[in-house]
Design a protein around this ligand. Structure first.
Ligand code: KIV
Ligand code: ZN
Length: 525
């Protein structure tokens, strides 16, 4: 089968920014745009230049910075929007303009309050106006999938005649079914004069959870551009998710003869960056980038996975730059998984030791909801009198006065020597202060890459969970901590990731002979 490359059009900074609460400063947009270029998207739609001076400035700066990526200037089919988009993108190495105007009866009656003839005239004249400035013109008949088809054809035909080169068929309200959406592309192309001279783009919203399936259906029907957002963010339930589409194509594209130019190893970094800067957390079960996307709980799955990863994984998380997070220990875990996890701490058990250990572990797992690696190490300490973590927290204190700098002090024990030492540090927030204290204690350069804090329940005795990713010696390590005191959870999570880094670097693991590849641990309750 011939392979066709489809073009990835990223609208994280425009449609994605329409997610409630997600708005960005221009500097933040620039950081994300640079990362999108590294990720290998073909086109970036960096904002809505007519919407605000800040957005205009962001689009202008991004147009000047990105050399390999096409910039899309976006606006309504009105002169002022077109002028702003033309000016903001003037310095782009490659650019297109994207105009939209509603084509469904309900939008024309209630929102535009215009007749079909008036709408058609606006579409025609505004595309002609835009074409005087920019050659590549994308036109979107908004709410296309709920539009009368004859009128849709008429509108698309009119804008092609005026010079539109890319026709986007947006499923604005996420209403279409995959087969319907694909067939709509086929019919537009077949029934519109000039329909075979233009390129087609898919733009799907996820109200029914069909955005990726619909986008793939459009591609199979001939669309050569797919409009996506990182983490699937966007209006309401969001847009087609970039990482899901890209990995569907990477994993199954052979079956439908398509590829993309996405560098999958940049996916995780991009996802975390967008989540952090837009303040939008990612559902744990979100495909590809959700925290649980590559975690395995069931004992039978863990067992299969340890024998051959392909038994229960269709993608290698490390291909997307995701630190491997294979196994969650809980009451479903088998002995094989327990043994494997303890080997990550350099602990090799005899059959007898493993039997005793597994028995105690099962009792604890039955009695509590969360079993952490710290619990494991404590059980190991109880059953064998040896300590597995290089460092443990003896005590910590934080002074956090409103409007004043926060100060923390942490006492750590080096379990290899038995020595205790205290460290103090200040920070603009209590988390920063605690992290700075712990960093001083560790004999290696550690960079905090990412931190997420979650509430695990909503009662007054709620527990908080912190998850931390650090980089040390060129590798990523993740740790998590659970506690009623969220700062304590942060300290445990950070130290837990550092303990792995220290063990892995061989600067003090009790037995560094058996380094496993999974580098995940958890600090505990
Ligand atoms: O969802 C939509 O219809 C849009 C258009 C403006 C392309 O975002
Ligand atoms: Zn949209």
């Amino acid at each position: 089968m011939d392979t066709r490359k489809i073009r990835i059009f990223d609208t994280t900074l425009r449609d994605g920014e329409q997610s409630p609460g997600a708005s960005l400063f221009p500097e933040e947009k620039i950081i994300i745009a640079r990362q999108l270029e590294r990720l290998g998207v073909d086109t970036v739609e960096p904002g809505f230049p007519a919407a605000s001076p800040g957005d205009f400035h962001a689009v202008q700066q991004i147009s000047r910075l990105l050399q390999n990526t096409e910039i899309c200037g976006f606006g309504r089919a009105v002169k002022d929007d077109i002028d702003a988009a033309v000016r903001a993108t003037a310095d782009a190495a490659k650019r297109r303009l994207h105009l939209f105007l509603s084509s469904s009866q309900i939008h024309m009656d209630f929102q535009l309050r215009k007749s079909r003839e008036q709408v058609l005239e606006i579409a025609r004249s505004m595309v002609a106006y835009a074409k005087q400035h920019v050659d590549r013109i994308e036109f979107s008949p908004m709410d296309a999938t709920r539009s009368g088809e004859d009128f849709l054809y008429e509108m698309v035909e009119a804008v092609i005649a005026e010079g539109a080169t890319i026709i986007n068929i947006p499923d604005t309200v996420g209403y279409a079914l995959p087969e319907e959406y694909g067939n709509l592309f086929r019919r537009v192309r077949a029934n519109v004069r000039g329909g075979d001279r233009v390129e087609y783009s898919a733009h799907c919203h996820n109200d029914l959870g069909l955005a990726v399936a619909n986008s793939l259906a459009a591609v199979q029907a001939g669309a050569s551009h797919v409009e996506v957002t990182v983490n699937g963010i966007g209006e309401r339930a969001g847009n087609c998710s970039l990482e899901e589409l890209a990995m569907a194509v990477e994993t199954r594209g052979g079956a439908i003869g398509i590829t993309t130019g996405i560098r999958s190893e940049e996916i995780y970094e991009t996802s975390r960056l967008v989540s952090r800067l837009m303040n939008l957390s990612i559902a744990h079960n979100k495909p590809i980038v959700g925290r649980n996307a590559f975690q395995h709980e069931a004992g039978i799955h863990q067992d299969g996975l340890l024998k051959n990863r392909n038994t229960y994984e269709i993608m290698d998380p490390e291909r997307m730059g995701i630190p491997r997070d294979m196994i969650v220990l809980g009451k479903h875990s088998g002995r094989h998984a327990l043994k494997h996890r303890m080997e990550q701490y350099g602990i090799r058990m005899s059959e007898d030791e493993l039997n005793r250990f597994a028995e105690r572990f099962k009792e604890e797992a039955d009695a509590r909801k969360f079993v952490s690696d710290a619990d494991l190490l404590r059980i190991w300490g109880d059953t064998s009198d040896t300590q597995a973590e290089p460092y443990s927290i003896v005590d910590f204190q934080v002074i956090s006065n409103h409007r004043k700098i926060k100060v923390a002090s942490v006492t750590l024990k080096d379990n290899r020597t038995g020595e205790e030492a205290s460290f103090a540090a200040a920070g603009s927030g209590p988390v920063e202060a605690v992290v700075a204290c712990i960093k001083q204690a560790v004999p290696m350069d550690v960079e905090l890459k990412d931190m997420e804090i979650h509430s695990l329940s909503s009662s007054e005795s709620a527990q908080g969970e912190a998850q931390v990713t650090v980089e040390a010696g060129g590798s990523l390590y993740r740790g998590s901590g659970i506690d009623r005191d969220i700062l304590s959870a942060v300290a445990q999570a950070f130290l837990s990731a550092i303990n792995q880094a220290v063990s892995h670097s061989g600067t003090g693991a009790p037995d560094s002979g058996n380094q496993a590849e999974d580098r995940t641990a958890a600090g505990g309750c």
